[in-house]
Design a protein around this ligand. Structure first.
Ligand code: PRX
Length: 740
């Protein structure tokens, strides 16, 4: 397994003496035994007294957590149905009942993988995230404190209450309806982090449309691929935005992307583009295509909400039945089936173009909301701040749905953590009295590098809980987050999950009796049955005191599980379910220590994790190959101080081209243009030849080692190279390697 060993400087828990307990009992289900062992550890960092005193709690302690876990895996349908019925509003004539979930067994040998939860129930996630709080008298509560990019952009900074957000969402939903958007139809959203972005997502959900948010840093080519894949005929975008000191021209990119789609597919047309005017003072003349482009705010202002209360589908949606919950406001809500699609979000895989991961309404709602509730312990007076952009799954589940389903107050930040200086996050923490912060190790590393003075300049007294996501957190970085940012009094919560899982799979629950182990993601969340498989696909059972390492898999469906890859269900089955029938394959390697804690060791496939963002090496390779100078390219991850992993490209040039600095810059630009700035190569190495097997397969492990060790690479340490067509290629690669 390709564990990157980045955590080797962390506390290694050798084989520990068992306390004589039997390794597993036949009655145990899922990871019950692991949880029991974790509850007995004395090796970690317990929650501080201040945290336990200052923070509210949904559950008393880790024993209760373990008990809930036990119920969630022994009777998943009952557990989730009861939770779903208790915590959300469903259509009165179609509430979830036990027996509604189709318990797919993740075994491709038994037919199609078809996960369904609450399939006969009907709900609306927007209603649950917004309307419900307003009807319950919490309309004046702030939903978003919007912090614009520029500190002194007084006009932009504002608080938006749940009642105001509701009005915004209803207007936007009506604009979409007027544009002819149908239930089940995908809508592309290409926007910066402004309140209109979550509002657009919620507006789609409100009318049963399917949002496909594309990160505002992606190129026209990437956006075009996503618009075309889902055949989006409506695009919501923005004139431009300042990111740090840089003006990003989103509308221009969106126009280009639409033109690309239309030229490649005759007959396909984006008929409506809604444009938010975010920076009219900087971009006074944005070209609007007549008949297609509309000013979003003008369109929203023109909506007559009293008319909007009677949607075309009013007779079929049955909303009038929700009489006690505000029939008027609810009348423009589409009560969809739990298994109707909610969104598509593209993510990178080992091969081919990015996959459109499809999530559905009911299970995703239950997954995002329940993980948010129990992993973060956010209470009504708290202020929560997730730094992720809505263009990523973290922004979906923990920047929009999870917090809003729980009625939380959040900060929505348009800018970047290092602008105007590395104290920006802490300034925001003090400004809004943020209690909960959720960010990525890459950001923490960058801020740590900038020095403690930036942190110490601010009080940060309001902070209670610090959470991380996206990649393994190195124990030293964990220590800095805990000690310097949190002054040792906050609880640090790691959360491991993926675009495909929709919600947290492994968490370090912030409860009395659970000890955090720096660098370990923790233990499974409710309903998650983790399995560690050896290379032959055999499950390694947990034995207290014994450490094991292997592939991380999941044995049974959880509510927010991926339902399909948009337009290619077969691909979903092949990628995640066919390699080991009976299991969902995460693609991550992991170590499970003798106390049942899970430690992620990195991807085992050709996916690299750049600043917490997934990047398929194949995508970067195809971008490089578009350059006429490039004959062949192989891309691997390499250790990077801030990004976690950097992008290292080995490039063989066509005859007639020499590797120059100018050509290197052109290749970097090529990747930025084809994919986006996040795909900028950190290193380009010219290679006379690539190490290939006789069947032509590139042996990437050699390139990975080379990218890691450079000229110091000892070729003898690479092991058996006899399968290489030409083993001398390796010596040449080491010889020609240029240290940067
Ligand atoms: O490799 C794992 C890593 O990020 C991958 C998922 O990426 P993505 O779908 O973009 O979602 C990122 C945010 C959930 C995983 O396969 N990863 C995510 N969280 C962690 C992590 N690795 C270690 N520790 C984590 N907490």
């Amino acid at each position: 397994f390709r564990g990157r060993g980045r955590l080797s400087d962390g506390p290694r828990l050798g084989v520990m003496a068992t306390d004589g307990a039997p390794s597993t009992t036949s009655a145990a289900v899922g990871n019950e035994v692991e949880l029991a062992a974790a509850g007995r550890t004395t090796q970690g960092v317990p929650p501080s007294d201040t945290y336990l005193k200052e923070s509210g709690h949904w559950i008393a302690d880790f024993a209760e957590y373990a008990d809930m876990y036990r119920r969630s895996v022994r009777e998943p349908e009952r557990f989730w149905t009861e939770l779903a019925a208790r915590e959300f509003v469903w259509h009165p004539s179609a509430a979830p009942t036990v027996g509604d979930a189709l318990q797919a067994n993740f075994d491709v040998r038994h037919g199609r993988i078809e996960v369904q939860w609450f399939r006969n129930a009907r709900t609306n996630i927007c209603y649950n995230a917004v309307d419900r709080h307003v009807h319950a008298g919490r309309g004046d509560q702030v939903a978003f404190h919007y912090e614009a990019n520029d500190v002194d952009d007084a006009r932009a900074h504002r608080a938006i209450t749940y009642a105001q957000l509701l009005e915004m969402v209803r207007r936007m939903a009506q604009v979409l309806r007027d544009a002819g958007v149908q239930r089940g139809e995908p809508v592309a959203i290409y926007m910066p982090m402004v309140p209109e972005l979550p509002a657009a997502m919620l507006a789609c959900a409100r009318i049963g449309a399917v949002h496909s948010v594309v990160f505002g840093g992606f190129s026209a080519e990437s956006l075009a691929g996503r618009i075309a894949d889902a055949q989006c005929r409506v695009v919501i975008t923005c004139d431009g935005v300042m990111r740090g000191s840089k003006l990003v021209l989103l509308k221009q990119v969106a126009d280009e992307a639409i033109a690309l789609c239309e030229s490649r597919q005759p007959g396909f047309r984006v008929h409506t583009q809604l444009v938010l005017r975010r920076v009219p003072e900087r971009l006074p003349h944005v070209t609007m295509m007549p008949g297609r482009d509309r000013d979003l705010h003008q369109a929203m202002a023109a909506v007559d909400l009293s008319a909007a209360a009677a949607p075309a589908t009013a007779t079929t949606n049955g909303a009038e039945a929700v009489a006690t919950d505000g029939p008027l406001l609810a009348a423009d809500v589409e009560w969809v089936h739990a298994e109707e699609p909610l969104f598509i979000l593209y993510t990178s895989g080992s091969t081919g173009k990015p996959k459109g991961v499809l999530h559905t309404v009911g299970g995703y709602m239950v997954g995002a909301a329940s993980t948010f509730k129990y992993a973060f312990n956010v209470r009504p007076d708290d202020v929560y701040f997730c730094t992720a952009d809505c263009g990523w799954i973290t922004g979906h589940s923990y920047g929009v749905y999870g917090p809003m389903l729980n009625g939380a107050t959040q900060v929505l930040f348009e800018g970047v953590p290092t602008w105007p200086d590395a104290g920006r996050l802490w300034a925001i923490v003090d400004k809004y009295r943020v209690t909960h912060l959720y960010t990525a190790p890459t950001a923490i590393r960058a801020l740590k590098k900038a020095g403690d003075a930036f942190v110490k300049r601010y009080s940060r007294r309001s902070l209670k809980l610090l959470a991380t996501v996206g990649e393994p957190i190195n124990p030293q970085v964990w220590g800095w987050y805990h000690q310097v940012v949190g002054d040792g009094r906050c609880n640090v919560v790691d959360t491991y999950w993926q675009t495909e899982t929709g919600a947290h799979m492994i968490v370090s629950p912030p409860v009395r009796g659970f000890q955090q182990k720096p660098g370990s993601a923790g233990v499974p969340f409710f309903g998650v049955q983790l399995a560690v498989l050896d290379a032959s696909g055999r499950e390694i059972p947990f034995q207290p005191g014994v450490e094991s390492e292997g592939l991380l898999c999941i044995r049974a469906p959880w509510p927010s599980c991926i339902r399909s890859i948009y337009g290619d269900h077969e691909r979903m089955e092949s990628v995640y379910f066919k390699p080991f029938p009976g299991y969902y394959l995460t693609g991550d390697g992991c170590r499970r220590d003798g106390e049942g804690y899970f430690w992620l060791t990195g991807r085992v496939d050709d996916v690299i994790n750049v600043s917490g963002h997934r990047m398929g090496t194949a995508e970067v390779e195809s971008a490089l190959l578009r350059h006429p100078a490039v004959a062949e390219a192989a891309v691997v991850g390499m250790p990077h101080e801030i990004k976690g992993e950097g992008i290292c490209c080995f490039v063989t040039l066509n005859d007639g081209y020499d590797g120059s600095g100018a050509l290197r810059d052109e290749l970097v630009q090529m990747c930025r243009r084809e994919i986006g700035p996040i795909a900028s190569p950190d290193r380009v190495q010219w290679a006379a030849g690539l190490p290939k097997t006789r069947s032509g397969k590139i042996m990437r492990r050699i390139l990975r080692k080379l990218a890691e060790q450079g000229k110091h690479l000892d070729v003898a340490s690479l092991g058996d190279l006899s399968t290489l067509a030409d083993p001398s290629v390796v010596d040449a690669l080491v010889r020609d390697y240029v240290e940067e």
